[in-house]
Ligand binder design. Sequence first.
Ligand code: ZN
Length: 405
Amino acid sequence: MTDEGVAEALHRVAAARLWAAHRFPYLASALFAAPVQLGEGIGGVSADRWWRISVDPEVVRSWPVEVTGAMLVHQIGHLLREHADRADAFDVGEDVDVWLRAADAEINDDLLAGCALPAGQVRPSDLGLDDDRLAEEYASALRVAPPTPPLEPCHDCGSAAHGRDRPWERGGGRDAEGGAGDGPAIDGPTADLLRRQVAVDVVAHGRRAGDVPAGLLRWADALLRPRVDWRRALRSEVRRGIREAAGLVDYSYRRPSRRSGAVPGVVLPSLRRPVPEVALVCDTSGSISGAALDRVVAEVDGVVRAVGVDGVRVLSVDAAVHDVRRVRGVGSLRLQGGGGTDMGVGVAAAAALRPRPSVVIVLTDGETPWPAAPPAGVRVVVALLGDAAPSPPDWARTVRVPDSG
Ligand SMILES: [Zn+2]
């Protein structure tokens, strides 16, 4: 290619990057961190897993700037979403083509929903599949039922998309011909920091402008939130509450001590170990989906059985308490309610039950008033439904139950 041709290609790449950073400001730190080089004959834009983006100068000269820009963003999508590592975890094997389409579909239905894409790029609808799924789900679907007629050959986005070194890549430790390679443009720890920075920018931009694609926002939320297994957390909170209650020793005059006979006329208190009781306060206001409640109720049921408590008293609460019943197994549970919300009412009602529960679990989306202080002698564990649910007061133990998982 002539020097002029190269200069024009570089100029167009620079313009495409500016377009991309303007259109996707929350991706700017990644877009400007990843070096772009020309790669004659690679037939489009690709990236290696070391964050080096290659652009075919011939192709780029024929594309509108927006299409090149969209493909730069597309490669950043592969890198942010760690498609190379996920390909290994998915055990892609010989199915690189299937994985490539699946990974492309994960990016193109969301991040690039409104953008023009070059030939060879797929969206889920091209595969006969629904939007908003993960690459793993698309790849599984394609393995089970390959599309008919077979799809056009797809563009190879490089090792950023599937983790396999390609001949045009200059490699992390070595290049494809076994030479020394250029080393990573961005090494692993730096890439992690970059992903975090982008995630912070995505969330901040989402709050301000609200035009961040939903899938990218979910990615950012998941990356920034420490990965806590809510089921394990809930189990340990309930167990702890029950253990504490079981360890409590209650001097009760209800049943006379057997030693009473030794001291005529005096009733000595007996030492009584209370049977742990668990109450479940279910927020049945309109804002909570039945499926979300079912998921957590099933989990609570499992925990309670495991620790040997005989059934749970369940209170259906919105702005008032509708129903209190002891249930064994949640299959029969029908929750009533559906109006406004006040979990404070539910907590107070649970604490007033006799025998008094030692643990009160509250299932809610957090959109509720709370009392200023907890009821005495009762451990309150809040299972908070939803990624964006507002936190309850500090006196409650909180387990956040994410929208998915
Ligand atoms: Zn791709």
